[in-house]
Design a protein around this ligand. Structure first.
Ligand code: C5P
Length: 399
C-alpha cells in the first residue's frame, strides 16, 4: 500500500521527535519514500544527520535555501508528496497552521499545499486541553486536516493525561489508512446547513439561532469517509469545510432550488434550520416609521418544506436524513416528523436554551429509524457527525 508513496515528514520541536526516527524506519521498510523537513525547534531534539541517514534523503530546514529554490522550490516540495505528516505537531505549529501563518519552511509548506495532511500532536496535557488548542483543533479538522492521537499517559514533563504523541506504529497505521479508499468513495451526499434569512425589507430579515456547526461537521465527516459532498448552506456563523462543493444561499426558496439542482445524490442530510415562513409582503425599499405609532402588518406565507420535497420527489436519494430540533416532547414530535416528511431517519435533539446545544459545541441526539431508536450520549458535534457519517456509510454499503 505504501510502496512508491512519497511522505513529506515534518518533525516539529518536542521530546516526541525521537519517535519520528522509528516512524521513518517503518515507512522506509514499507517501501515509502520520506522527504524530511526538520523545524528549527525540531533540530533541538533530533539531529539532521540521523534523520537524513534514516530517510536516505536530504533534510530540508530553511525556507530560503537558494539551492533548494533553484532545484525545487518549497511549493514544489509540498506538492510532490502524496501525504504530509507532521510528527510531532506542537501546540505552536497547530496554532500557526490554524491562522494560516507562513513564517518558516514547515508552515509555508503546510499553507502552500493541496496534499492531504495528517497531524500527530504532542504537547503537555494542559497545553492540549487549553481552549486555544481545542479551538485550533476544531479549525484544522474543519479544514480537512486528519489527526492521529494524542494518547493518554505519563508524559516526559512528569504530568499524566492526553498529550503524548501516538506511537510510531499507530502513526504508520494512520498513514496507511489515509491511502485506503473511504467507505463513501464514489458516493455523492448532499448536506444542508445553517439558518435561512427571510427578508422583511432590503435591510431586515427573519432568522434563527442556528450556527451551522452541526451541518458543517457532518459535511466534513462525510468528506473524510471519501464522499463527494455538496454543501448547501444558509448564512452560517461557522465557515464551510474545505474539500466540499459549497453552494451559498440565503432564503428557503433559494435553498430548495440549490438542493434540487444538486440532485441526484446517494444520500441527503438536511441539517439546515429552515424558516417555516417568509414575509409575503416584504418591501422593496426600507420600511420607515410614519409617526402614526402603527407597526407594519407583516403577512406570512409558508416556505416550501425542502426535506419533504426531497423525500417525496422523483430523484429521491436512497437515504434521506432529517433533523428535528425541538424544545418539547422531543421524541414524540421527531417520530411524527419522520413519518410526515417521508424521510428515512430523523436525528432528534432538544434545543431548549438550558441545553446550550443551539450555537454550542456539543449535541445530545437520538437517531430515529424505522428499525428502532438509538440514544447517543452528549458529545462534541464533531463526534456526532463522525458517528452519523459511519451509520450513513453502513446504510449505503450494500448496493
Ligand atoms: O419542520 P421542522 O423545521 O421541525 O423540520 C426539521 C427538518 O426539516 C430539518 O431536517 C430541516 O432541515 C427540514 N426542513 C426543511 N424545509 C423546511 C423546514 C424544515 O427541509 N421548510
Amino acid at each position: 500500500m505504501l510502496a512508491d508513496r512519497r511522505i513529506l515528514l515534518i518533525i516539529g520541536g518536542g521530546i516526541a521527535a525521537y519517535k519520528s526516527l522509528s516512524l521513518i524506519r517503518l515507512l522506509k521498510g514499507a517501501g515509502a519514500a520520506v522527504t524530511p523537513v526538520l523545524t528549527k525547534a525540531g533540530a533541538e531534539f533530533v539531529t539532521a544527520l540521523s534523520v537524513g541517514a534514516l530517510a536516505g534523503e536530504k533534510v530540508h530546514s530553511a525556507l530560503f535555501d537558494l539551492t533548494a529554490e533553484a532545484e525545487m522550490g518549497h511549493i514544489e516540495l509540498s506538492r510532490s508528496a502524496d501525504l504530509i505528516v507532521v510528527a510531532p505537531a506542537t501546540a505552536d505549529l497547530m496554532a500557526r497552521m490554524a491562522t494560516g501563518q507562513a513564517d518558516d519552511l514547515a508552515s509555508t509548506l503546510l499553507l502552500a499545499t493541496d496534499t492531504p495532511v495528517l497531524l500527530a500532536p504532542a504537547m503537555n496535557v494542559r497545553m492540549w486541553q487549553h481552549a486555544a488548542t481545542q479551538r485550533n483543533l476544531a479549525t484544522l479538522r474543519g479544514d480537512g486536516i486528519r489527526f492521529v492521537g494524542p494518547d493518554d499517559g505519563a508524559m516526559a514533563c512528569g504530568e499524566f493525561g492526553p498529550g503524548r504523541m501516538a506511537e510510531p506504529e499507530a502513526i504508520f497505521a494512520a498513514i496507511a489508512s489515509a491511502f485506503e479508499a473511504g467507505p463513501l468513495q464514489g458516493r455523492h451526499v448532499l448536506v444542508t446547513s445553517g439558518p435561512t434569512h427571510e427578508p422583511i425589507d432590503p435591510v431586515r430579515f427573519i432568522a434563527n439561532r442556528s450556527s451551522g456547526a452541526q451541518g458543517t461537521a457532518i459535511a466534513a465527516a462525510l468528506r473524510d469517509l471519501g464522499a463527494r459532498v455538496t454543501f448547501v448552506t444558509g448564512p452560517a456563523e461557522v465557515a464551510p469545510p474545505q474539500g466540499v462543493a459549497v453552494v451559498r444561499v440565503e432564503t428557503a426558496v433559494q435553498m430548495l432550488a440549490a438542493v434540487s439542482a444538486a440532485l441526484p445524490a446517494d444520500a441527503a442530510v438536511m441539517a439546515a434550520a429552515v424558516a417555516d415562513w417568509r414575509v409575503l409582503n416584504a418591501s422593496g425599499s426600507k420600511m420607515k416609521k410614519d409617526g402614526s405609532g402603527q407597526a407594519p402588518a407583516l403577512q406570512f406565507v409558508e416556505n416550501p418544506d425542502i426535506l419533504a420535497s426531497v423525500s417525496k420527489g422523483h430523484t429521491r436519494p436512497r437515504l434521506v436524513v432529517g433533523f428535528a430540533a425541538e424544545t418539547d416532547d422531543v421524541l414524540a414530535n421527531a417520530r411524527a416528523k419522520r413519518l410526515r416528511k417521508g424521510c428515512d431517519w430523523i436525528v432528534a435533539n432538544d434545543v431548549s436554551p438550558e441545553t446550550g446545544i443551539m450555537g454550542g459545541a456539543e449535541n445530545a441526539v437520538t437517531l430515529i429509524r424505522a428499525e428502532g431508536e438509538e440514544v447517543w450520549p452528549r458529545m462534541a458535534k464533531d463526534d456526532v457527525a463522525r458517528r452519523l457519517a459511519l451509520c450513513i456509510a453502513d446504510a449505503l454499503k450494500d448496493e
